[in-house]
Each structure stands twice: as C-alpha cells, then as structure tokens.
Design a protein around this ligand. Structure first.
Ligand code: HEM
Length: 446
C-alpha cells in the first residue's frame, strides 16, 4: 500500500494554527464532524499531523509498540530542552521505562492520599486572602495553590525562605516558555536579552534552588527518610542495577513534575469552577453534599471531559504504520483527539451538557475518557491531580460562596500547552461562610 493521508482542511498552515489557538475545542470538534474519525491537518513547524477520534483507533495508538509510537520525541518538539536529558516526558523506549518505574510508586492512588492535608491547608490559606464583592481571575489563585502543593508534597520544601524564592522564580518559566512555544525560531540563544537567553537564565535560577534542596536532603541522611514527600521517595529509589538516582536525574524529574503538574491542575480547577458557576443545579448539589466524594469525583471527571486541559497528545511514528486503512509514513505525528472523542454523541448523550451524574452510573468506556492520555505514557499524576481537584473544590466551597460576574461561558484559549478559560475564570466572593462545616480532609477523601 502506498503512503497516504486522511482528508483534512486545505487552509494554509498559519491559518490552521491561528484557528486552533483561538478556539481549540470547537476547531477539533468541527474537523471531526466534517472529515470523520481520522483527519489530517497542517501546522507550522510540525508539518502534516493526523488526528484520531475513535476509541478503537485511539486504543491502537496508545497500546502500539513504544519503539514505533514515540511520545518522548513528540513531546520534546513542544517542550524544548529545559526539562533535561532524563525527563520522563521526553524519553522513549527503554530509558523511558526505567525512569517511569522509579517515578510511579510515589504516585499510586494509595500514596497520594498522604498529601490530602497539604492540599487542604494550602487551599484554606489561599481562600483567606480573597476579597469579598470584587471580581478577580481565579486561575492565578489556583496556580498559587497547586504550586504550593507541588513544592511541599513533591519537592518537600519546608524552609520558608526557599519557598518564597521558588514562588518568585517559577512563574518566570511559564511566561517565557509560552513565548518560545509559539515562536520556535526565537529559541536560538543569541545571548543577552533574547527570550531564549532570558529563559535559560530563568531555568538556571530555579535549578539553583532545586539542587540546594537535593543537597540539603542528602545531608540530612537517615533523618530525611522519615519524610514522605516525593523527593524523599526518589532519593531511596534504585535503578535495576541497584544504583541510586543522580542529582541531575533528580533535578530533571522534579522539573518535569513541576512542568507537567502545576499549571495543568490549576487549569482543570479553573474550568471546574467556570462550569459549576454556570450550572446552578450542579453547584447546588455539590454545596449540599461536600462530603460526598463520589459526586465530587464525578464533577472532576465531567470537567475534564467537557473542558480537557490538554486537547491532544502526540506520538511520532518511527516507521510506516497502517491506521484505519491509511498508510502513514515514518515521521508523522499521530494525535488522539481528546477534545473530539469526549463530545461524541454516541458515547455521551447531550455531549455539551455539564452533567456529572453520567459518571455516577458507571465508569466511562476505556479510550473514550482520556484527559490523561494512555498506555505506557498515561499521566503518572492522574490520581494526584484528581485528588487535588476534589480537595480544593471542597475546601473552597466550604468557605465561600462564589458567583460569576457574567453568565456567558468563558471562551477556551490555548496558553502554553494547555487550554485555559480566556478570562482566567472571573469570579467574585459573595459571602464567606461564617463557620465552615468542620470536616476532616483526610477522612473525607480516603
Ligand atoms: C488535571 C491535571 C493534569 C492533566 C490534565 C494531565 C494530563 C497529562 C497528559 C495528557 C499527559 C500525556 C499522556 C500521554 O502522552 O498519553 C501527561 C503526562 C504526564 N503527566 Fe500529567 N496531567 C495532569 C497533572 C499532572 C500532575 C499533578 C503530575 C505530577 C505531579 C503530572 C505528571 C505527568 C508526567 C510526569 C507525565 C509524563 C508521563 C510519561 O510520559 O510517561 N501530571 N499528563
């Protein structure tokens, strides 16, 4: 069979890129309605890419041989080299698998429950600062919570001064990398004031703090092993040959966890509030049953279905592959179209309705609910993120009543590699709940 590509829009590359950026969900959903479950697109820098929006085909991609479907290589195109050569996100095949084995244990469902208290406390402190009666963007507030949680639960930072320095330096990374994402020709480090040079300096400033934390923890020796943050667990993890992780490996994985876990979870939370404040029936049910983990969990799942934080994930083919009758050449990027499969009416009746109850009646079909990707590359932070979203939603709604200044839904917009509410999820606190109902955050989520 000759090399062939599925149909797709014929618009110039830049026009297609501009349309995706301005309306990522609707762009992908309309392409599927028009061209079917497999369609092509052209983008600057990536060339021709192929989307798949059918669960059976998505399964084929996610369970395909890791030496043929390279996720690391595809991720590296977007994420650049700040993550380092050991990053779980940008490695493939054997090296990816061996890092993944080291990183998985601290992220198992059972293990992440130990972080519930850290999550609840970070939320309580943040909500205290919110003004009453004045509208503000919620997303930066959610970012402050998720950053604090990563620094405490994953990095294990306890020193207040170091915490403040991390808080100052990390946001610079996000600001600069989003410029570099969309202007890859700017990535050349010409020194001085170019965005690439400023980005490298911002990375170096965060690295300095990460290495200081690793050194302090190694110096603590046995006493350090009494802690239960992710870094502590990684310090005692061993490769198959019995060797410990090096400082550079630890740095690369901490930077990866920060990059993959901070903005994503904050954005998921922003969308959860954006949807809840525009669906009064669901909001009322959540507020009435804050102790009901099952319902909160369904709210989280439904949010990630209708407003997936990441609209697609990529695999780069290392050789020609036959998919749905097309023979795709080596080098093609194949992308499970998360945002399109999540609104298929055959899988989700009234697909655009925000209805958490659909997840109470049973789990979604495999490969039909894929906000965390799949296969050997499935997000290792999926449990962590879902527990965190549940805890933050509960702790916020226990303390304040919120309203959206406008009843109109916020538009979706691409920012960095995530899709965010265009106005940052504007909210206003209408009142503080005088005596937050006392709950034991740990008991409620276990
Ligand atoms: C709502 C929040 C989150 C969303 C929507 C999300 C989504 C994703 C997606 C779509 C992938 C790619 C999967 C694939 O290629 O099949 C991924 C990978 C990854 N995520 Fe998450 N993520 C979230 C939170 C987190 C958190 C909290 C952490 C850790 C603290 C994390 C760590 C990672 C890592 C390390 C990978 C790379 C896995 C690998 O390549 O083996 N993520 N995530």
């Amino acid at each position: 069979m000759h090399v062939s590509f599925p149909p797709g829009p014929r618009l110039p590359r830049l026009v297609q890129a501009a349309r995706v950026t301005a309306g990522p969900y609707s762009w992908m959903q309309r392409r599927r309605e028009r061209y079917g479950d497999v369609f092509s697109s052209y983008f600057p820098f990536f060339g021709r890419v192929v989307y798949v929006a059918d669960p059976a085909l998505i399964k084929q991609v996610f369970t395909g041989a890791p030496e043929v479907f390279h996720a690391g290589e595809a991720n590296a195109t977007v994420l650049g080299d700040a993550l380092g050569e050991h990053s779980l996100l940008t490695l493939d095949e054997g090296r990816h698998l061996s890092q993944r084995k080291l990183l998985l244990p601290p992220f198992h469902g059972e293990s992440v429950r130990r972080y519930v208290e850290v999550m609840a406390e970070a939320t309580a402190r943040e909500v205290e600062r919110w003004p009453v009666g004045r509208a503000f963007a919620l997303r930066p507030r959610m970012q402050a919570i998720t950053l604090e949680v990563i620094l405490r639960a994953v990095f294990g930072v306890r020193d207040d001064e170091r915490m403040d320095r991390f808080r100052e330096r990390i946001p610079r990374l996000g600001e600069l990398s989003s410029v570099l994402d969309w202007l890859p020709f700017m990535q050349r480090d010409l020194g001085g004031i170019t965005p690439a040079a400023r980005f490298r300096r911002a990375v170096a400033a965060v690295d300095e703090l990460i290495y200081a934390e690793i050194a302090d923890r190694r110096a603590l020796g046995v006493a350090a092993s009494e802690r239960d943050d992710v870094l502590t667990l990684l310090l005692s993890a061993r490769h198959e040959d019995g060797s410990p992780m090096s400082d550079v490996e630890l740095r690369d994985e901490l930077m990866t966890l920060l990059t993959a876990g901070h903005e994503t979870t904050a954005t998921g939370l922003s969308w959860a509030f954006e949807r809840l404040l525009r669906t009064p029936r669901v909001l009322a049910r959540v507020v009435d049953s804050l102790e009901d983990d099952e319902y909160l969990d369904a709210v989280v799942k439904e949010t990630l279905r209708v407003r997936p934080v990441i609209v697609d994930v990529a695999r780069k083919l290392t050789r020609d592959v036959e998919l749905a009758g097309w023979r795709l050449p080596a080098g093609t990027l194949v992308l499970p179209a998360i945002a399109a499969v999540h609104v298929r009416p055959d899988l989700y009746p009234s697909p655009r309705e925000f209805k958490p109850e659909r997840f109470l009646d049973g789990a979604a079909e495999s490969y039909a609910w894929i906000p965390f990707g799949g296969g050997v590359r499935r997000c290792i932070g999926a449990s962590f993120a879902q527990v965190e979203m549940r805890v933050v939603l509960r702790e916020v709604l226990r303390r304040v009543r919120l309203r959206a200044p406008s009843a109109r839904p916020e538009r979706a917009q691409v920012r960095h590699v995530t899709v965010v509410p265009a106005r940052g999820c504007r909210v206003a606190v209408t009142e503080r709940v005088a005596e937050p109902v006392a709950t034991d955050p740990v008991a409620a989520t276990v």
